[in-house]
Design a binder for this molecule. Structure first.
Ligand code: 5AD
Ligand code: SF4
Length: 478
């Protein structure tokens, strides 16, 4: 792996902070939002631990508090400002460092609000400057000044940052950053910049190392995973990028999947999120052919109405989505799907909403992540005149939720009596005497078993269903 000059420089800052901290100090981190943010937080934790910090679950007890923010929906903003209110008192009594990073920091109206109303925040960093966290922290510690480290241009992809993973058998691996799609409701392209993919070699090496370290499951992350390397390949084609040969073997998402499937030790491969418009046949065939790829595919629908999909700039129709589902189900035996749906986007009529319900009824998703449309400053959706009243949004949401829950219950019953391969994750949260794990289709299964089964894939017979989890009995300990 190539370690850039910039990362080398940050490693020097890591050593400098380490020298300042001659005793172990504590950090507390709050991560909001998606798995990409979780993966970024794992990198922040990795850097902090190399700088002599140890984790603490308690803000009151910490020497540094970090918020890794999300701005996809409004509720994260309320959460951040609420938490900052709480922290103010701690900051006043005890000189802790407060650092805020992530997507929300790429929004000018948010950083302005922070400067005006929360001047006690020490470090503000954006999505393109995460790798510079050691330098920002050093400067905040030594120079005792406020650090504002935000870049508006798309950041590079940096390899070689330390990482402290939250699990020792399930890993998240970011394969690309940014998004070029500009769905009209979504803030992500404005805060994460344009699509850029990691080099295949770096991804493969990272996963090979994970396998050596005992990891069983990898989840590949990106805002639009099935356009992995597309921009790069187009640039090579039109002469904007030199062909150095590094994409000779792997030049697409399908080929990346096939290569990861060959890595010994890795037993499950998941990925989020693909875009339906980019779900090419080669990806469908790779999922079909690769035994380690879980046959639960997340396929964000957003709306079932062709009219709304056009306004949302999704670039597919209701029929095209349904045809894609049909094709995928035909090609891939035992395929199940999960999805994201937004209700109450600007202009959504009762008929449009009925179309969404219709698709849900037809596809029978395994899992549906439902969101009430949240206006985001700077997106086309926010400027639309025909916003839907909150009351109607909530009524539609409740109707969709009721349909989804009735389908889940019906679907759960299909599991009862079947034998499922389950990756055992650990003791159940609600009952420490029981274990919990997940099926290939990501269903939670709770069962009785010994602790030494943790991290193994075992066969369980499903004996009953309970809405959000299944109960199982051990058949074969793998
Ligand atoms: N309001 C509500 N939900 C949104 N999402 C993205 N932007 C918004 C918004 N402004 C949802 C989409 C996306 C998921 C990650 O979040 O469904 O797939
Ligand atoms: Fe947002 Fe659409 Fe990009 Fe997903 S594909 S991150 S919803 S703009």
């Amino acid at each position: 792996m190539y370690t850039s000059k910039e990362i080398q420089e940050q490693k020097n800052y890591i050593n400098k902070v380490k020298k300042l901290n001659n005793k172990k100090l504590k950090y507390s981190i709050l991560t909001m939002g998606c798995q990409l943010n979780e993966n970024d937080s794992e990198k922040i934790c990795g850097m902090l631990e190399e700088m002599n910090y140890i984790p603490s679950n308690d803000f009151e007890d910490a020497d540094i508090v970090i918020f890794n923010t999300c701005c996809v929906r409004e509720n994260a903003e309320d959460k951040l400002f609420g938490k900052l209110g709480e922290l103010k008192k701690i900051k006043e009594t005890k000189g802790i460092i407060i650092a805020i990073g992530g997507c929300m920091m790429q929004e000018k109206h948010i950083t302005q609000k922070l400067h005006e109303s929360y001047p006690f925040v020490d470090i503000i960093f954006g999505t393109h400057t995460l790798h510079k966290f050691p330098e920002d922290l050093y400067k905040a510690l030594i120079e005792n000044k406020k650090i504002d480290d935000i870049l508006d241009i798309d950041g590079k992809i940096y390899e070689g940052l330390p990482i402290k993973r939250s699990s020792n058998f399930q890993a998240q691996v970011t394969i690309m950053n940014g998004c070029n799609n500009f769905c009209s409701y979504c803030i992500v392209p404005y805060v994460r910049g344009r699509e850029r993919s990691r080099d295949p070699e770096d991804i493969i090496n990272e996963i090979k190392q994970l396998a050596k370290d005992g990891y069983k499951e990898v989840t590949l992350l990106g805002q639009n995973v099935n356009s992995y390397l597309r921009v790069e390949m187009e640039e090579i084609k039109n002469g904007k990028r030199k062909d150095t040969g590094k994409y000779d073997k792997i030049n697409s998402f399908a080929k990346l999947l096939r290569e990861i499937n060959k890595i010994d030790g890795i037993e499950r491969i998941r990925f989020v999120s693909p875009h339906p418009k980019d779900f090419t046949d080669d990806v469908i065939e790779a999922i079909r052919d690769c035994d380690k790829i879980c046959k639960l595919i997340h396929l964000p629908l957003q709306s079932g109405s062709t009219n709304m999909l056009k306004i949302m700039n999704r670039k597919y129709t209701k029929e095209q989505y349904l045809d894609l589902v049909k094709k995928m189900k035909k090609e891939i035996p035992n395929l199940v799907l999960s999805t994201d749906i937004i209700v109450g986007f600007a202009g959504e009529t009762d008929e449009d909403f009925e179309d969404t319900l219709d698709v849900v009824r037809q596809v029978k998703f395994e899992q549906v992540y439902m969101f009430i449309y949240s206006r985001r400053v700077g997106t086309p959706g926010d400027k639309m005149k025909n916003q839907i009243p909150e009351e109607i949004k909530h009524k539609r949401f409740d109707k969709l939720k009721a349909l989804v829950e009735s389908q889940i219950q019906e679907n759960n019953q299909k599991y009862v009596g079947t034998i499922q391969k389950v990756l055992v994750e650990g003791p159940s949260k609600n009952n420490k005497d029981m274990l919990t794990g997940r099926t290939d289709s990501n269903k939670v299964v709770v069962f009785e078993g010994k602790q030494d089964l943790i991290q193994k894939i075992i066969d369980l017979k499903i004996v009953s269903e309970h809405m959000w989890y299944l109960k199982g009995k051990i058949i074969n300990e793998g």
